[in-house]
Ligand binder design. Structure first.
Ligand code: PLP
Length: 426
């Protein structure tokens, strides 16, 4: 039997996450000595005996407790698949999570997790601005299932959260989840995870847990580890940095064995698990994750410094430029390992100027999404965040002149040359 704990160190020496990305969760002797796990492109698995099939189903459907070191055998690829299990084991490493569940998209991870833990009559508080798909889920879908969804402004932090909870009588007594995205997209506002965890613990009762769920897509899993700051669930669009090559859509939910077992049970019936091919691409991506995210972060610093000095740039929103006294400075230093590679900046001349810059860029591609090897730029006001009413958008700090930039792996001098010629047209 493969012992997870044994494989994380050599003698007394703990192995680093980047070393584990090539080997953890897989042994070549399982697959004819293949150094890489093959793609198990199969819908179903043959049982050795009827008794074995019966035992696997008893565990899969929770009909009885596991005996000793008994594990769930392979049944059917909607429930489990070797590639998916290896991927999930590796996904736990950087975040220090007990367990992970992988999905065919970030939205599949978010919706499956939310429907696992929320019930009619309960309340979920969520930070704004938040990813458009999540916003739609909270504004349009959950209320139709009787879940009350309450936004709070990311930039008001704990006070904002406490005040929306106190706004309506009995709201705090029905609170079941605090869902945050930090840093917020596209403004890079930070939400303090520790504060949210304290509010959650204080609002919980013996018969009602309050979970803190963090969408960690922007900084994770390298530069922010929400579980260490009191979060219960970590959510990812693996489409972004983890996939990292803009060639797949996937997601994940991480947390304790107990919580992830519940999420996986829902996933079995929603059918939202990642498929074998997606899982295999992600295993390949994970091997270079640290290299990519580190280079992207270095490049972003050069680019952000260039933008901050440029006469046609009014404001740069970049975590690496937070100074003492700035809102978020203290949270950043306690909560984040690095500033990542997402930058938003505002040009002089409003939407027209921003569009001219976007239309003039040559190396940087004009596209939504982020975290890939190539740099991407977009206009949040008319693209990713266009469904937010204009006055709300302004209140969140998403202005007409704002451009969001995901910095890739190109040479920083080339990126700066491209931005420089484009800003000349602003
Ligand atoms: C892209 C994204 C999502 C949704 O992920 P998909 O993989 O597109 O379903 C969720 N949250 C954040 C922060 C994102 O950037």
């Amino acid at each position: 039997m493969w012992d997870k704990r044994e494989k994380k160190h050599i003698g007394k020496h703990d192995l680093h996450p980047e070393s584990l990305m090539m080997s953890y969760g897989y042994q070549p002797e399982w697959s004819e000595g293949a150094v890489k796990p093959p793609i198990f492109q199969t819908s179903t698995f043959v049982f050795n005996t009827a008794e074995e099939g019966k035992a696997f189903f008893e565990i899969a459907y929770g009909l009885r407790e596991k005996k000793g070191d008994e594990t769930l055998g392979l049944i059917y690829s909607r429930l489990n698949n070797p590639g998916l299990e290896i991927l999930e084991d590796r996904l736990t490493i950087y975040d220090g999570a007990e367990a992970a569940a992988a999905f065919e998209s970030g939205m599949a991870a978010i919706t499956t997790a939310v429907f696992t833990f929320l019930r009619p009559g309960q309340v979920v508080a969520f930070s704004e601005p938040i990813y458009g798909g999540t916003e739609y889920l909270f504004h349009e879908i959950l209320p139709s299932f009787g879940v009350e969804t309450v936004p709070f402004p990311a930039w008001e932090g704990r006070e904002g959260l406490e005040s929306v909870l106190d706004e309506a009588k009995g709201r705090r007594d029905r609170l079941a989840m605090i869902f945050i995205e930090t840093p917020a997209n596209p403004t890079n506002h930070l939400v303090d995870i520790r504060d949210c965890a304290e509010v959650a613990r204080a609002s919980a009762r013996d018969d009602r847990k309050v979970l803190v769920a963090v969408d960690n897509t922007f900084l994770g899993p390298l530069w922010q580890h929400p579980l260490q700051h009191g979060a219960d669930l970590v959510l990812y669009s693996l489409t972004k940095f983890v996939g990292g090559h803009s060639d797949l859509i996937a997601g994940a939910c991480l947390g304790s064995e107990d919580l992830i077992a519940q999420v996986k049970a829902t996933r079995t019936f929603f059918g939202s698990m990642a498929g074998p091919w997606t899982g295999w691409l992600l295993l390949r991506s994970l091997e270079t994750l640290k290299l990519r995210m580190t280079s992207q972060m270095k490049n972003a610093r050069y680019v952000a410094d260039f933008l901050a000095d440029h006469p046609k740039v009014e404001r740069v929103h970049y975590l690496g430029h937070l100074g003492e006294g700035d809102p978020g400075f203290e949270t950043f230093h306690r909560q984040c390992v690095g500033p990542g590679s997402m930058i938003s900046f505002e040009v002089t001349g409003g939407e027209e100027a921003a569009f001219r810059v976007l239309n003039t860029l040559k190396l940087v591609k004009l596209a939504v999404s982020l975290g890939g090897t190539e740099s991407l730029a977009e206009h949040p006001g008319t693209m990713t965040h266009s469904d937010i009413p204009p006055h709300e958008r302004e209140r969140m700090g998403i202005t007409e002149s704002m451009i969001r930039l995901s910095v890739g792996l190109e040479h920083p001098e080339d990126l700066i040359a491209d931005l420089s010629q484009a800003l000349d047209e602003a």
